[in-house]
Ligand binder design. Sequence first.
Ligand code: HEC
Length: 134
Amino acid sequence: MKQFKINMLLALAVSASAAAFAVAAAQPATIKDGAYTVEQAEAGKELYERRCSSCHNADFYKTAFSNRNNQPLAYMFEEILVTMPADMPGSLMDQEYEQILAHILSITGFPAGDAPLDYNGGSMHTVNIVPPES
Ligand code: HEC
């Protein structure tokens, strides 16, 4: 009976770690793997055009991504969160900044994925910035 219990525990441990591996594999490692959703980027379009596009264009963000090669996306998000829009820093809600960053990723050529950018949920800390294609 004792042996049976141990075998059961082992089987559970193996299947639990297999499940954890499957979840980890589905998470994007870089912004090229789909770090935001289409819906999120669309939600950010209007805000972006009203609050950001007067000072920056897509090329500006491409350069910003290149300068931040290999950094967690959270670093750039935090910078935006506390300093942008430069004429009224911190004036948007976290969720709005997430939508804006999703829109920026879409206009600089990075693909959408299955899960939204989620700063408070921690997803931006595990996804790294890489330079855009061109
Ligand atoms: C009134 C002008 C203005 C507005 C509006 C504005 N910015 Fe900026 N932004 C600046 C200036 C000035 C800098 C710093 C100098 C530079 O890098 O050109 C900057 C820098 C940045 C950077 C580079 C930060 C880095 O370290 O990588 C990002 C990204 C950025 N802004 C995003 C945004 C976003 C997103 C919005 C809208 C929420 C926004 N900006 C609105 C003027 C503005």
